[in-house]
Ligand binder design. Structure first.
Ligand code: TYM
Length: 336
């Protein structure tokens, strides 16, 4: 039997942080052996907010190198660049014409980013989730592993697929496969180090709010030293009055690979002065091997380019087949 398929992607904007790693990449690595994975760099999404053309290609290489350095294996995964596959833009246009405007206007991420952009809000920012639906549906994945913040976009993807199928195909023979999100409980929402009620985010103006995957041991030590805590002694999970405590314990649990029970027990009587060095050491130990592999891969652009070229070929084959089916369903039937 053919393996089930997984698809996911990350925008090549700014440095990837622990939220991207624990909410997405690490989960892809954990399940990869059992799936046929399609993983991409969402470089068309990266220009929905003002961007620097001089950085775009390098940021895209950096994300690809991070996938590989984190343990994504080419034995199981196809890694590709979104803009290499024109089917993404083409299907997004077709979906634009069947997506009600008010479905997009209520997207939380749009509202949040639009507020930050002020006057300079592009149509692309509003349309972003339609492109994301195209990214996903082109590959007919069974599962889409993402962090919690993508939940609404995945619901919209399902809605678009169902609307398309309902309008343009029969129930017995739907054109588009409706995918299922995979959002793990632990790590799906890594919080800011400076405010445990806010998501860790690339766009937070404070560098102290996040640990980037490429941060040096000194930087990690500084950031954890300065991170927000509370005055209570004894550390615990799931106390709604102690969001920072829950977040930091969760980071320790995920990065040390221990169970929640083991961490809860180990830290039950600890103060912050004892816990912070432990978290620092664990974070550095988890990130150092990834950083070493990352630098070796980035130093070999030829290898990276060959990975992306191979990825493009495999991805294009799958994407173009789905695009053709969608176009035919819409009535584009004149032979080339
Ligand atoms: P992006 O680039 O913002 O984030 C990439 C992945 O990291 C997860 N993530 C987090 N998880 C836990 N805690 C956090 N603080 C945190 N911050 C980010 C995100 O949930 C995501 O899984 N729209 C997408 C990119 C995209 C995509 C797709 C994803 C475009 N097309 C198709 C899946 C399928 C985005 O901006 O992710």
């Amino acid at each position: 039997m053919a393996k089930q398929r997984v698809l996911s992607g990350i925008q090549p904007t700014g440095d990837l942080h622990l939220g991207n790693y624990l909410g997405a990449i690490r989960n892809w690595v954990e399940i990869q052996e059992n799936y046929d994975s399609f993983l991409f760099m969402a470089d068309l999404h990266a220009i929905t907010v003002p961007h620097d053309p001089a950085q775009l290609a390098n940021n895209t290489y950096k994300v690809a190198a991070t996938y590989l350095a984190s343990g994504i294996s080419l034995d199981y995964a196809t890694i590709f660049v979104q803009s290499h596959i024109s089917a993404h833009s083409e299907l997004a246009w077709l979906f634009n014409c069947i997506t009600p405007l008010n479905w997009l206007e209520r997207m939380i991420q749009f509202k949040e980013k639009a507020i930050k952009q002020g006057e300079d809000v592009s149509v692309g920012l509003l349309d972003y989730p339609v492109l994301q639906a195209a990214d996903i549906l082109l590959y007919e994945p069974d599962l889409v592993p993402v962090g919690e913040d993508q939940k609404q976009h995945l619901e919209l993807t399902r809605d678009i697929a169902q609307r398309f199928n309902h309008k343009f195909s029969s129930e017995e023979n739907p054109v588009l496969k409706v995918p299922t999100p995979l959002i793990r409980k632990e790590g799906a929402r890594v919080m800011s180090l400076t405010d445990g009620t806010k998501k860790m985010s690339k766009s937070d103006p404070s560098e102290l709010s996040r640990i980037n995957l490429l941060d040096s041991p000194e930087t990690i030590t500084q950031k954890i030293k300065k991170c927000k805590t509370d005055p209570t002694r004894g550390l615990e999970f799931d106390n709604p009055d102690r969001p920072e405590c829950n977040n930091l314990l969760t980071l320790y649990m995920l990065l040390s690979g221990q169970s929640k029970e083991a961490v809860a027990q180990e830290c039950a009587d600890m103060g912050w002065g004892q816990f912070k060095p432990l978290l620092t050491e664990t974070t550095i130990a988890a990130l150092t091997p990834i950083q070493e592999k990352y630098h070796a891969i980035m130093d070999d652009k030829g290898y990276l380019e060959s990975v992306l070229k191979q990825g493009k070929e495999k991805a294009a084959e799958v994407a173009n087949a789905t695009l053709l089916k969608a176009k035919q369903a819409l009535g584009y039937s004149i032979p080339l």
